[in-house]
Design a protein around this ligand. Structure first.
Ligand code: GNR
Ligand code: NI
Length: 170
């Protein structure tokens, strides 16, 4: 299993609208496991394929804490079919915007349809952190990063800090 390089802002790849997956096969499953490995290594709780440079509508997630056993989740071609009227605020971060955080308001609950690891159709009613995280990840599939919701001034500061961080890495 590989650890893939993570794309960071302001890479224009992150603005890409990703394309639906046509077939859930072993090659896709191997890629999704590379994504999970990359996510665990970072570490993070979710990852969209575009964050490792592949513009396809695939997400992986694991919301288990360090105490409990791993709980990897795979979401292929996810579609939000319902959102609650009540909203929730969460202090979000993103592996593509390392070390930057902002309070983001989103629907507190949502229903999502998707294909699972085996290509079977599924539907979930997400609440709490799952609702926040899955909306954050589906935003990535549509070329949206959480800092797109904050002021232009704050976004500029965040992007500048990430550029500096990335530059100091090499
Ligand atoms: O690891 C992550 N943590 C997180 C925290 C609050 C809201 C969303 C997230 S997702 C993020 C990983 C990531 O960048 N996924 O796209
Ligand atoms: Ni993210």
């Amino acid at each position: 299993m590989a650890i893939l390089p993570i794309v960071t802002v302001p890479d224009p790849l992150l603005k890409t609208v990703s394309t639906p997956v046509e077939m859930v096969d072993d090659a896709l499953r191997a890629f999704m496991n590379d994504m999970l490995n990359t996510m665990y290594n970072a570490p993070g709780i979710g990852l969209a394929a575009i964050q490792v440079g592949r513009p396809i509508r695939v997400l992986v997630m694991d919301l288990s804490d360090e105490q409990t056993s791993p709980d990897p989740k795979y979401y292929i071609n996810p579609v939000v079919i319902w959102t609650s009227e009540d909203m929730a605020v969460y202090n979000e971060g993103c592996l593509s915007v390392p070390e930057q955080y902002a309070d983001i308001e989103r629907p507190a609950e949502c229903k999502v349809t998707y294909l699972d690891y085996h290509g079977a159709e599924q539907e979930i009613h997400a609440t709490g952190l799952l609702a926040t995280c899955i909306q954050h990840e589906i935003d990535h599939l549509n070329g949206i990063v959480f800092i797109d919701y904050i002021s232009t001034l704050k976004r500029g500061i965040a992007v500048r800090k990430v550029k500096k961080l990335v530059k100091e890495e090499d």
